[in-house]
Design a protein around this ligand. Structure first.
Ligand code: NAG
Ligand code: NAG
Ligand code: NAG
Ligand code: NAG
Ligand code: NAG
Ligand code: NAG
Ligand code: NAG
Ligand code: NAG
Ligand code: NAG
Ligand code: NAG
Ligand code: NAG
Ligand code: NAG
Length: 585
């Protein structure tokens, strides 16, 4: 309600030319000053880590990106309500070439920890090769990125590697400026939280890993962050696994190396054993605003306790936190979709940067000749650059796709390959939405295919494309364009099928649509571009088939020869993604 009110105020304020700040101060004095909605980063934005820059009066958050590229998105806000994409830490494949070799639906970048120290931003994270055994040192590739200018993507360093056989690594500085890393071990020793001294520039470790704490006995103690406050070192971690039992716990010690004493009030944050719509709350981080008020972010899943349909996966939520001198931080439990916290910062500073607000849709993107792919357009692993071109000669205002041999399922259901998988998409960030593109494509070779996909992982997605298949009627040697629907998941999926394209729809650009029919189902539809007729629904897809694992759904386009020789190009235009509603409870 309050968010709608703020949005309504925005329009006349902008009309008067007084800008965003006028809209904000217009809401001052009312409940709106304290009210915000969750998730703050809807869609595939798990494992949040955030900092506040006093100098810039700006909050910044990083989130996990697994296999997608560009990866590790950074969002910024001055008021904790509107979050703008600043850019991606991982924006050049050369920063971390190993990501291209990632094998596994749950592999890739896990849990970046974002910190600001002495004017430099650091992201410490792990490239996890999740198909390798837990006691295989090669499973865990721990890395550091840094930048002096978070607003300029190209300033992010290449990955600096350091040795740690574990994950969820996070940096810490003591008062002398010594640099440390705290991380979670999950191999042949018992799971636990470990600390070591590191040189963040070189990745060199200068001590031995010391086991600080093992948590309160929950599954998978992980996601550690260290904070120093009022003479104590606070070590906050996640436990219980990232599902329904997820929770946040904390311990403290006057000495950095321990012993750490657990908070008797643990867990300090959890929605476990509640009937809340938001579940799996945990993997939290803490920061304060310019007024000294504390806030926490965590991941959450909008699934209800049924935990069956949650296609957007793990998202970022915000809660206010009370942290009095000398005592433990207290989170606002349980996490809800409409929340009252501390007075929200009323910064008048406009956020720079050309990234969109995280909640913004795509209003008929045209891929005009001077355009680049926007920073929220993502590939599955770093792309083969030449497979994508904007407004190539003779095809203005289109995105040209060259097919990959592999289709979206790829090799072994989990790996990519040297030729990649031609795909570009964006996150689903709304419970209800319509995604639509026009595709100009006339397949000329058997089995080659281009179309749209609702994509979670290589082995959890649905796709509908245009392809060329043998006719089995009169002349068995002729090839006929077909629509083909295919879905794959760990649970029962709608059956695959193909059907000849109706004659009026052949050799003409087509509109492909993915739309939410309701909170639990999607439709795939197709029709002639610019036709007055409604699109024809080809398939219904339950959201359950893309409710799995660690990532969240994407919608996008793909082109493949399905292992054959086809090389026909597909031209995508009029890309739109329109929000039709957000369910928060
Ligand atoms: C991916 O991992 C699976 C399971 O370990 C293995 O069989 C397969 O060979 C791997 N594929 C690639 C391309 O590394
Ligand atoms: C902070 O950075 C400046 C240079 O930018 C450097 O001279 C100084 O030593 C740094 N301070 C700490 C505590 O690292
Ligand atoms: C961003 O940084 C690059 C160097 O990495 C520099 O060439 C470029 O001018 C910078 N852009 C802006 C807008 O400052
Ligand atoms: C690390 O541990 C080894 C063996 O326990 C010990 O010999 C060495 O001195 C330790 N190094 C440091 C820097 O603490
Ligand atoms: C963590 O658990 C291991 C194995 O049970 C134990 O050896 C170690 O002492 C524990 N660490 C702490 C800090 O309690
Ligand atoms: C949820 O309830 C189960 C069963 O009573 C219990 O084992 C678990 O500790 C509870 N989890 C939390 C976070 O309270
Ligand atoms: C917190 O309490 C300690 C001891 O009670 C005191 O020395 C310190 O000044 C207090 N800090 C703040 C910020 O109030
Ligand atoms: C959250 O903020 C509200 C004010 O809107 C306050 O009453 C409540 O005590 C705060 N809760 C926590 C845990 O900080
Ligand atoms: C922001 O809020 C503070 C109170 O927290 C108030 O004193 C200040 O005038 C406000 N600034 C603007 C620009 O509205
Ligand atoms: C050929 O037969 C298959 C299945 O029997 C059917 O799906 C397909 O549409 C048919 N093709 C044509 C061109 O009729
Ligand atoms: C959602 O849509 C699907 C497909 O049309 C339908 O089967 C299902 O009953 C609908 N669910 C609700 C709650 O309306
Ligand atoms: C996807 O490609 C593989 C070969 O890489 C092929 O075996 C499979 O049939 C293809 N799937 C479809 C639906 O064409």
């Amino acid at each position: 309600m309050m968010a709608l009110l703020a949005a309504a105020l925005l329009v006349p304020a902008l009309g008067l030319g007084s800008g965003l700040s006028a809209a904000r101060s217009g809401a001052e004095g009312g409940r709106g000053d304290f009210a915000f909605v969750n998730p703050i980063l809807p869609g595939f934005h798990p494992d949040p880590s955030c900092v506040f820059s006093d100098v810039e009066e700006t909050f910044y958050c990083a989130s996990s990106s697994f296999n997608v590229f560009p990866g590790i998105p950074i969002h910024a806000s001055t008021d904790l309500r509107e979050w703008r994409l600043v850019g991606n830490v991982l924006n050049r494949a050369s920063q971390l070439p190993e990501l291209s070799l990632s094998n596994g639906s749950t592999s890739g970048i896990w849990a970046p920890a974002l910190r600001l120290y002495n004017g430099t931003f650091y992201v410490v994270t792990t490239l996890v090769h999740d198909k390798k055994a837990a006691d295989d040192p090669e499973r865990w590739d721990n890395i550091i990125f840094s930048t002096p200018d978070i607003w300029n993507e190209s300033q992010w360093s290449d990955a600096v590697h350091f040795d740690f056989e574990g994950y969820d690594t996070s940096p810490y500085w003591d008062e002398q400026g010594n640099e440390y890393i705290v991380g979670s071990h999950a191999y042949h020793v018992e799971p636990g939280i470990h600390l070591n001294k590191v040189n963040l520039k070189t990745g060199e470790m200068s001590g031995n890993w010391t086991n600080l704490w093992n948590g309160t006995g929950g599954l998978a103690p992980e996601g550690p962050h260290l904070y120093k406050k009022d003479g104590y070192h606070y070590l906050m971690i996640a436990e219980g696994g990232t599902g329904l039992g997820h929770m946040e716990t904390i311990a403290r010690s006057k000495d950095l190396y321990g012993p750490y004493i657990a908070n008797p009030a643990n867990p300090i944050l959890t929605n476990a054993n509640t009937t809340e719509y938001f579940q799996t709350v945990g993997h939290a981080d803490l920061f304060h605003d310019a007024n000294g008020n504390w806030w926490g972010v965590a991941l959450a899943t909008r699934s209800g306790p049924e935990y069956v349909t949650y296609p957007m996966g793990r998202e970022t939520v915000l809660t206010n936190v009370t942290w009095e001198n000398g005592s433990w931080p207290v989170f606002n439990n349980p996490v809800k979709g409409e929340f009252q916290g501390w007075r929200l910062p009323n910064s008048t500073r406009e956020l720079e940067g050309d990234g969109p607000l995280v909640t913004e849709g795509d209003d008929s993107l045209q891929f005009s000749p001077d355009a680049k792919l926007p920073p929220y357009f993502i590939h599955w692993r770093p792309p083969i650059i030449e497979n994508y071109a904007i407004s190539p000669p003779g095809h203005p205002n289109t995105l040209r796709l060259k097919s990959s041999k592999l289709n979206l399922t790829g090799i072994d259901g989990n790996a990519g390959g040297p030729g990649g998988q031609t795909f570009v998409g964006r996150r689903q960030v709304d419970t209800l939405f319509t995604y639509r593109v026009d595709i100009d494509y006339t397949p000329e070779t058997l089995e080659e295919e281009a179309g749209v996909t609702l994509f979670l992982t290589q082995n959890h997605h649905a796709r509908t494309g245009l392809t060329l298949l043998p006719s089995n009627t009169t002349n068995s040697s002729s090839l006929v364009p077909h629509f083909r629907f295919h879905a794959i998941s760990n649970i029962h999926v709608p059956p695959s099928f193909s059907m000849p394209v109706p004659v009026p729809l052949r050799n003409t650009p087509l509109t492909f649509e993915i739309r939410t029919a309701n909170e639990t189902h999607y439709t795939f539809a197709v029709g002639a571009v610019n036709s007055e007729d409604p699109l024809t629904i080809l398939a219904y897809v339950p959201g359950d088939i893309v409710s799995w694992g660690f990532t969240g759904t994407l919608v996008g386009v793909y082109a493949t020869s399905n292992g054959g020789e086809g090389k026909t190009e597909a031209f995508v235009s009029n890309w739109s993604y329109v929000s039709e509603g957000q369910v928060r409870g």
